[in-house]
Ligand binder design. Sequence first.
Ligand SMILES: Cc1ncc(COP(=O)(O)O)c(C=O)c1O
Length: 379
Amino acid sequence: MSVYLDNAATTPLDPEVFEAMKPFMISDFGNPSSTHSHGRKVRAAIESARKKIAELLNCTPGEIIFTSGGTEADNAILLGAVDTFNVKHIISSPIEHHAVTHTLEILAKKGRAELHMVALDERGHVDLSDLEILLKKYPGSMVSLMQANNEIGNLLDIKYVSDLCEAHQAFFHSDTVQAVGHYRHDMRSLRVCGMTAGAHKFHGPKGVGFMYIRKDKKIHSFIHGGPQERNMRGGTENVYGIIGLAKALEIAYRDMDEHARYITKLKAHMIAKLEETIQGVKFNGDSANLERSLYTVLNVSLPASDENDLLLFNLDLQGISASGGSACASGAAKGSHVLGALYPESKRNAVRFSFSKYNTVEEINLAVSVLAGLCKVKV
Ligand SMILES: Cc1ncc(COP(=O)(O)O)c(C=O)c1O
């Protein structure tokens, strides 16, 4: 049996999404920029996909710009906002995704802006009073803080942070790649200036996503070329990707409550089973807290032992696909910068399990028993 528990890395495509994409791979092949009927038909489909996404997010279609995914969207917003608003100070955290941290490091290295890291508490949550201190100290800055951490699942209250940023005239970018499609976003009440999504995190196709840019926070474009995407992103559109993205989001919203309940139950079951079967098991960040973490992610911390060293490899050999990262940043295994920031001294092993609507209790039971077999540790 093969068990896929790495849904934070990517999710399987929903067959319903594939059906929606198919015509645009074969018969409806026109270039949306062409003015003839082949092109106009495809243009209409793209605009209706944009409108659908805007309806779901309660924003205007003009605020949705299609990209090649989350990484491009994060880069475009961060680089664009610093350039457009002449940002001199950036506030972020050490546990953001590399699409954010590496982009910010380049901006800092080039001397475009100074980078300030907000304090985190012992569970990896942003210290909101420290954020307020930084916002007061550096008015007019850019803040980049993710809504849901892809490794430990910690959730940020983006409504609170967006209001706080607005009160201090800061541009607030949130990497929402792990949250879009799993939580609802009402852009008329959230004061987020820019946020990002990747379709493959919610059963859509890979290589497509979008950025939301609030209409009063328009930024300079990142990819120069033709006038596509309202001059915000040159290049012929990934038509079937965009159609698949909109369909995947529509399904995600349609079934969200049911799937959230189901997946949360799987996660709670796995926590209980792990605690029952593996001595000394712990959970990284706040991922075992069902209220304050992404319901799709559980990051398990296991006592260090020699047998544990090849944990992911051995899990894979026994048919369990999960992902890892230890706090250790030396040697061949580079380790996780998130766990490294939270637990710099830890020698424990870490495995991230992440779930989707397609997982079952039987799969969770199997994963736990395989993991328990690999963790015969003395504590
Ligand atoms: C939090 C977060 N941001 C950004 C990305 C990058 O998204 P994409 O793979 O669509 O470029 C990911 C993907 O792993 C992610 O988890």
